[in-house]
Design a protein around this ligand. Sequence first.
Ligand code: ATP
Length: 423
Amino acid sequence: MTNIAAQLQKGLSKEQVTFLQDAGAIASRTGTPLYLVGGSVRDLLLGRPVLDLDLVAEGDVAALVAKLAAELKGEVASRSQFETFKLKTPVGTIDMATARTETYAQPGALPTVKSGSVADDLARRDFTINALAAHLSPAKFGSLVDGHGGEKDLAGKLIRVLHEHSFQDDATRILRAVRYEQRLGFTIEKKTEEWLRRDLRHLDAISPDRLRHELDRCFSEPLPESCLARAEQMGVLKAILRGLVWSDSLRQAVAGAREKKLELTPLVFLGLLAWLMTQKLADALAKRLNLSSRAHKVVRDTMLIKAAGPWLNAPDLSASGTYKLLKDREPEAVEAALLGNDTPVACERLQRFLLEWRKVSPQLSGDKLLAMGVPQGPLVGQLLEELRTLQLDNPGVTVAQEEAHVRKRLRDLASQNAPTKAP
Ligand code: ATP
């Protein structure tokens, strides 16, 4: 039987290992067997960095958490449904849960949960490579619990569901399969892919919030473009929303951006998906994913920039004109438009806006304008905008030139307001 004690020593800090040993000993004494489970065991076996420690206990986990907090300088940070706890400890926050079984009344429904054994807990998991646990009791410390062939699938680099109806029970696993496959450089096992394709329609039963959460996690992967390409290839995107596509041109644009080492944040990928949409479709996407107001604005702004294409391509558009067109747009939308756009003139303007023009501001401050005699009120803001325009269209403008502009405007205004002489 495999034992991962060596991987634990290698992949975790000394303090983390000591914590797990102490926690395992306390759990054994109280008759509540404790295990490290899921992604942390998978990543230890793969020699990848372990981000979170997830623990599962068989029995009264609430009492165990309280005991661990008292004996190991911890603090219970939160307690949520299904007896899930966050324990703040000197070695980081640790998730702790009761081992449980889950049954699904109907596809997409939240599962009915009952406490159970660690074997039950592993049997409810998404893929064999995540259905792994390691004993933490002193007698068996590090010994692997692998009832579904997870270790073999790690070696074979396969993403495999535990049973034929897994995607029907919970179709978010479709996106999770794509995400793990692309992140780890694995392949979705043949039967699993067949079932995934067969069960795509079950994505309809997934709530907007759960769907958005899994998509966000795809966008937050190191290479979201690989996830999107694979999702497109298996028909996942159009199963989420008819008309949602990832195109070859977007793939190439992202590859170009990677070469230039541009930072591509998650919302840029949402913008890229919006780039290929009609307004109607974009609204449907926002509804299907219950987008936050900022994410929705990225979608809307991307479409607005697309609609502004003729202006962005006009031969006489100045830097300040570009600034005015784009200043209220979200930066992620501008970046998505830059990647999606294939006209060099517009691309150059979008890029210069992102890298230079949006950061330009006048050298004189509002206070300085007041000190120069500008009356308090909307004129201050108006003059600051004029000074920005001056900067944008005449790079290298000096403070003295800005002051000259303000004085001239004050003179002009004074002469406009001066009472006309009686004839
Ligand atoms: P990551 O490495 O992306 O943080 P993780 O493997 O730690 O991923 P989480 O999404 O944090 O995954 O979930 C923790 C564990 O819970 C997973 O390893 C998996 O075993 C299980 N799990 C999560 N979501 C599901 C699901 N929809 N169906 C079944 N099991 C799930």
